[in-house]
Design a protein around this ligand. Structure first.
Ligand code: UDP
Length: 324
């Protein structure tokens, strides 16, 4: 059995990736401090609880499991928080990534699949966004992801590191089998918030911005099912283990939906009107983010299977009701 070290494996995307890897015969060894991840989400391999900024802890985990590669999900993910507290983002997403890389190299582990983000692009000049499009992140979160990619690139020629940096667009949905799902605290993401409003857990949702230059005035995003993201991580892992070169890839569907379209889809799935009020734009939100998704298909043979908007909302709704 091949062990894969999964930092942040108790989190939303990380736990879905663990399930997917276990289904393919890998053993996901989760390294997570449970600061935002959940013990209940670790089901497919051992949990080594600890901070990836703690080099001694990492050395113990690498020595114990001798992983063939690393999947690196651990990090801070809230754009607004990154503006208010950039030190946290540079510590968690850059400095700790460097510590992880140093531990990897010390243990001769040279392959990493990384959770990057569409935030590396900032406000795109046009959509869909290609991988080679200008990288001009507009908040510390996006900068931190871009810096990590840059470190990986520099570590290639110098130390033989190979990385697959996967730039997620909007991760959404839940495991179709209902075993795991999204559970952020506080919740800031659109679909879980819509579902909370649908079930009466919150009085209403706020629509941030109705004056965008989009067909209905609300912001457009490319929502990709978390199970599809997980499958892409597995494909990237196999690609690197098979000798593939370093690569940065968008993970999106190529299709964008407005906030109002997502609300309408949720009303259809939940069978209830969803109370919403119009609010000003949220700082730092670009009008539209949609991936050009052909490169990932060329390199990894990956295409989304679950990312139809209705399926995204249905799986999220099932998970939401199970938790409630
Ligand atoms: N959004 C909204 N109300 C909310 C949360 C999000 O209108 O309560 C909008 C947000 O402005 C963005 C889209 O929904 O245009 C997706 O936001 P989310 O926070 O889910 O992901 P992001 O695109 O910021 O990564």
């Amino acid at each position: 059995m091949t062990n894969i070290l999964v930092t942040g494996g108790a989190g939303y995307v990380g736990s879905h990736a663990c399930k997917c890897m276990a289904g393919a015969g890998f053993v996901p060894v989760v390294c997570d401090d449970l600061s935002s991840g959940h013990r209940w989400a670790v089901k497919w391999g051992p949990l080594e609880q600890g901070d990836i900024g703690d080099r001694a802890h990492l050395d113990d985990v690498f020595a114990k499991y001798q992983p063939a590669a690393v999947m690196h999900f651990a990090g801070s993910i809230q754009v607004g928080e990154s503006v208010a507290n950039p030190a946290l983002y540079y510590r968690n997403n850059v400095a700790n990534t460097l510590t992880l890389l140093e531990a990897m190299l010390a243990h001769d582990v040279k392959k990493i699949v990384f959770s990057s983000s569409a935030a590396v692009y900032g406000e795109p000049d046009s959509v869909p966004i290609e991988e080679w499009s200008r990288k001009a992140p507009i908040n510390p979160y996006g900068v931190s992801k871009r810096l990590a990619e840059q470190i990986f690139d520099d570590f290639g020629p110098a130390y033989g590191l190979r990385h697959a940096s996967l730039r997620y667009f909007n991760a959404a949905g839940a495991d179709p089998d209902g075993e795991i799902g999204e559970g952020h605290d506080p919740e800031t993401h659109l679909i879980p918030i819509i579902l909370q409003a649908a079930s009466g857990q919150r009085a209403r949702l706020d629509i941030y911005g109705t004056d965008y230059p989009t067909p209905d005035g609300t912001a457009v995003r490319d929502y990709v099912h978390v199970t599809d993201l997980a499958a892409a991580h597995l494909a990237a892992l196999k690609y690197l283990l098979g000798g593939g070169e370093s690569v940065c890839l968008n993970l999106g569907t190529g299709k964008g939906y407005s906030v109002r379209e997502v609300i309408a889809a949720a009303e259809a799935v939940c069978g209830t009107p969803i109370p919403a009020r119009e609010k000003p734009r949220r700082a730092g939100d670009p009008p539209a983010l949609v991936a050009a998704a052909d490169r990932v298909e060329d390199v990894l043979g990956w295409r989304p299977q679950y990312s139809d908007l209705r399926q995204i909302v249905e799986t999220a709704w099932r998970w939401h009701n199970r938790q409630a």
